[in-house]
Design a protein around this ligand. Sequence first.
Ligand code: ZN
Length: 195
Amino acid sequence: MARGVVEIEVVPQSLHDLIHKIRHEINTTLHKCCDDHPFFGRIKRPDKVAFKVEFGLQTSINHSLFATNGTVQITLDARHLSVCDPGPCGRPRLDKVIYHELGHFIDARIDSAFAYDDAIRPTAHPDELRAMYVMWDSFIDGRLGLKAPYSLQERQKPAKTAALRKLACLAWNGGLKTFPDIVAAAKCATVGTGT
Ligand SMILES: [Zn+2]
């Protein structure tokens, strides 16, 4: 063997075991988080949701097809899985991340009081979109309590201005309760930032 070259043989059985463990962790976590999600206290849970899970660089949820075919797509950063990163790492564990992502889905597609509307997403204005997520993420984690993946201080970190940090705090404490409120606040928070 040449110097510096490492030959690795992947034994098919061990790969199979790893895939099985990953599937099991995702399945059991999704079921648990759907069963005891705090937002379902006052909102009727949907009869059926088909989750499709894929891996990507960042964890996110896409619920845009839910009304059409009942599916919700979750993209997972695999580093939240305990089988991929079993040591203490400072990253929130999978269940907290899933509670948060489901929060976006429940707010947007199940809870009519949130008044979510795809048409008013500030997709053409990146700063407004980022500000919108700082507030929506804060609103979700504020309601998740101990199940939240991040603290208010962590949610405020991407905020470039004191005004947006203040609005994140307001959202965390339930002072911005609807999507139109959050979008309007995102617009105000980015006025005059010059981007
Ligand atoms: Zn989020």
